[in-house]
Design a protein around this ligand. Sequence first.
Ligand SMILES: [Zn+2]
Length: 54
Amino acid sequence: MSRVKLCDGCNKEYNVMYRVQYKAERLWHFLCKSCVVEVKPNNHHYRYGGTWKG
Ligand SMILES: [Zn+2]
């Protein structure tokens, strides 16, 4: 049995997630790696809060 989370960006399930802030609202989101790569460049709201492994 593997544990997964749903990515806030693409709504797919992953067993490795990145806890990040990337909007002005300062809430933590779980994103997959490819979504992090999309939101990170030139984003001054971006903040990394750790990696989750299921
Ligand atoms: Zn994603």
